[in-house]
Design a protein around this ligand. Structure first.
Ligand code: PEP
Ligand code: MG
Length: 543
């Protein structure tokens, strides 16, 4: 038995066997081979296995989701058998003497690049399919890389270097007891994803990650960050009891559904949920959230091979608004850049991406994209109680530019006789020290502030939120951060606008009383933390 210590990123306890999912892009090796024929035979064998697997998946999907939705697997089989693609791999083995794994990976990259530049939308959509089939071939060539997040077939504990949002999207949640990762910190987006899914997670294991092996039994304690390798019987029994206790606690919290978050002295708080996908509304409703306090719209962009169209976005926003049935839904405009990249945006390499071209800076730079999103959002306002929020603001000028564009879209829609709600709220995220310092002026421009404590902590303390080696310094309770929050709250109060918090520390119940005292009236947290926070509010009594 061995105990490893990481960062507890999503609460809960899991006991099970590890499935080691190595990221192919980081582990692919380039080798020179001698026996070309043997390498070609290996490739043929991997292709045969891949086609068999795809046929089996197709047959299963046909029964479950019908012909139209299963067609994709037939397309994958055809692509695997495509002369050009397969021929390019064979040529690289024959002429460049490359190992089959690398030859496949290289052809996958080349063909994907080629597809993504085609004019035809259908063909552009094939760019990700060619990557999928390449990965399938590689997994059948190299046993080290055999497991993928998208191919889990029985419930397991996933161990991965990091969780890429693009991979977790394809993952079957039912198959995952817990996550353990080498990279990441409490406020990295992989940790946020795990919390949203309500799956226990320990992140940032760093070098200790190398101790994990495929199939080994482990216990993951997402509360403490402990990972116990090959536990003995006494430890297993101990953790089973802890697991039951945790489940009991969760059941007790369920009794709070239908109650309100009102302090003993009568202050009412709005406890909302943070989501990344329209489907996460299920989790928000299941946990009885008062509304959606942060819909990170960039995930729509990250799951796609190209910019989602106005219509696609409109449907996603409308779905969330309708399903929340008149409760407030705050949708944040796209916050790409830094750790959230999409290849089709073609952002240049940056030395300091967290300080680079990201979020509202991209939107004001690429106004065509921004206007498309604003149109989709404002059209969706007709279907519920929408509020639009803008990230990474550092100046009054940015807010005025944004408001000008919002007015333009409203005018266009009016001329086109497209319905929308003219009274939707506009707010900004307070997540840069500049926005705090200017909060008195910014408050006069908008309807609300939502404090993003993840980035506000990062920028106030100059501590990278992604860097696990300094994760101890990443402290959202640091006095400098708390003073920033208080200053923004005071500015909001003076201007008569409401202020909320949507960063991860909104869920820190040791800060709830402080937040209530300084005038914060909305807290938005991962869905699974809503009821715990409601209970914390109900216990507060400010004399
Ligand atoms: C934040 O920075 O606190 C925030 C809520 O936004 P994100 O975590 O998506 O950067
Ligand atoms: Mg942020």
């Amino acid at each position: 038995m061995k105990i490893l210590h990481g960062i507890g990123a999503s609460k809960g306890i899991a006991i099970g066997k590890i499935t080691l999912c190595l990221n192919i892009d980081n582990h692919i090796e380039k080798k020179t081979i001698i026996d070309v024929e043997a390498e070609l035979a290996r490739l043929d064998e991997a292709k045969k296995t891949s086609v068999e697997a795809l046929n089996a998946i197709y047959a299963k999907a046909l029964k479950r989701v019908g012909e139209a939705n299963s067609m994709i697997f037939q397309i994958h089989i055809m692509m695997l058998q495509d002369e050009d693609f397969y021929g390019a791999i064979q040529t690289a083995i024959r002429e460049e003497k490359l190992n089959a794994e690398y030859a496949v990976w290289q052809a996958g990259q080349q063909f994907s690049e080629m597809f993504s530049q085609m004019d035809d939308e259908y063909m552009r959509g094939r760019a990700s399919d060619v990557i999928d089939i390449s990965k399938r071939l590689i997994r059948n060539l190299d046993t080290r890389l055999a497991n993928g997040l998208d191919s889990l077939s029985s419930p397991t504990i996933v161990a991965a270097a990091d969780l890429m949002p693009s991979e977790t999207v394809q993952m079957d949640k039912e198959m995952v007891y817990a996550f353990v990762t080498q990279e990441g910190s409490k406020s990295s987006h992989s940790a946020i994803l795990a919390r949203t899914m309500g799956i226990p997670a320990v992140v940032g294991l760093a070098d200790q990650f190398n101790e994990l092996s495929d199939g080994a039994e482990i216990i993951v304690d997402g509360n403490t960050g402990d990972v116990i390798l090959e536990p003995d019987e006494a430890t297993r029994t101990d953790y089973r009891a802890k697991q039951e206790e945790f489940i009991k606690h969760q059941q007790e919290l369920k009794l709070l559904k239908g109650t309100k978050a009102i302090t003993k002295n009568g202050v009412e708080m709005e406890i909302n949920a943070n989501i990344g996908h329209p489907e996460d509304v299920d989790l928000a409703l299941e946990n009885d959230a008062d509304g959606i306090g942060l819909f990170r719209s960039e995930f729509l962009y990250m799951e796609s091979n190209q910019f989602p169209s106005e219509e696609e976005q409109f449907i996603a926003y409308k779905t969330v608004l309708e399903r929340m049935g008149g409760k407030r839904v705050i949708i944040r405009t796209l916050d790409l850049g830094a750790d959230k990249q999409v290849p089709y945006l073609n952002l240049p390499h940056e030395e300091n991406p967290a300080l680079g071209l990201r979020a509202i800076r991209i939107c004001l730079d690429r106004q065509d994209l921004f206007l498309t999103q604003l149109r989709a959002l404002i059209r969706a306002s007709a279907y519920g109680k929408l509020a639009i929020m803008f990230p990474m603001i550092i100046s009054v000028d940015e807010v005025r530019q944004i408001k000008g564009l919002v007015e333009k879209v409203k005018n266009d829609l009016t001329k086109e006789k497209i319905p929308f709600d003219p009274h939707f709220e506009i707010g900004i995220m307070i997540e840069t020290p500049a926005s705090v310092m200017l909060s008195d002026e910014l408050a006069k421009e908008v309807d609300f502030f939502s404090i993003g404590t993840n980035d506000l902590t990062q920028y106030t303390l100059a501590v990278d939120r992604m860097n696990h080696s300094i994760s101890k310094l990443f402290d959202s309770r640091h006095p400098a951060v708390l003073r920033m929050i208080e200053m923004a709250a005071q500015s909001a109060k003076k201007a008569g606008i409401w202020v909320g918090i949507c960063g991860e520390s909104a869920a820190d119940t040791s800060l709830t009383e402080f937040y209530v005292k300084i005038g914060v009236r909305e807290l938005s947290v991962t869905p699974s933390a809503v009821l715990e926070l409601r209970r914390a509010v109900q216990q507060i009594d400010i004399k």
